[in-house]
Design a protein around this ligand. Structure first.
Ligand code: GDP
Length: 195
């Protein structure tokens, strides 16, 4: 898809603040520093629309992006930040659970992982949580440019096996540096928008 318009429309904490439009929506989740903001910016052809890493102590919000006036991306604050307090973690969990389990517009969750490494314990927990709630997941294994092309399949296998990936869930290797996987990701999003 050619993105001609992309703007952040609201940073929400509570459901009353979510956009009211009935547009297909895709949530983006990933541990802090995995490359989630870079993924969003690459997909939307923008340099710095999505901001880098949520720091502990900062207000954790769901950031809604309106794209070409036909869909929303929802940037979910990163997980697995060691320095976050128990209270902050609980607030994060509640906000995410409320959103992910009640949002009818939600078509799929794009879970961003690092292709170089096996998914972390937090990644596995997140994936299990999403599957527990029967949510369709697209796993985006990013930073593909950091390993040789010849090793991609081997790394993808590790991701698939560590997550115990549901055969219905897609796994796409990606690079925010080279744009590898971008067309494939958009094709999949467009398909999901209409099915
Ligand atoms: P976030 O915290 O998940 O939003 O992560 P960022 O998007 O801020 O990325 C964290 C770091 O990884 C930054 O230094 C990025 O430049 C780098 N990065 C993200 N994606 C890629 C990628 O596909 N390839 C390479 N080489 N670096 C990346």
């Amino acid at each position: 898809m050619k993105v001609t318009q992309a703007d952040i429309v609201i940073s929400a904490v509570r459901p009353e603040q979510y956009p009211k439009e009935n547009l297909p929506e895709f949530a983006l989740a990933g541990r802090s520093n995995v490359g989630k903001s870079s993924f969003i910016n690459k997909m939307l052809n923008r340099k710095s629309l999505a901001r880098t890493s949520s720091k502990p102590g900062k207000t954790q919000t769901l950031n809604f992006f309106l794209i070409n006036e036909i869909l929303h991306f929802v940037d979910v604050p990163g997980y697995g930040f060691a320095k976050v307090s128990k209270k902050e973690r609980e607030a994060w969990g509640k906000m995410i659970e409320t959103y992910l389990t009640n949002r009818e517009q939600l078509k799929a969750v794009l879970m961003i992982v690092d292709l170089r490494h096996a998914p972390s314990k937090d990644d596995v927990m997140m994936y299990e949580f999403l599957k527990h709630h029967d949510l369709p997941v697209m796993v985006i294994a990013t930073k593909a440019d950091k390993i040789p092309k010849g090793k991609w399949q081997k790394h993808l296998k590790v991701v698939r096996e560590t997550l115990d990936l549901d055969p219905n869930d897609e796994l796409i290797h990606f690079s925010s540096e080279t744009g590898e996987g971008k067309d494939k990701a958009w094709k999949s999003l467009q398909y999901r928008m209409t099915h």
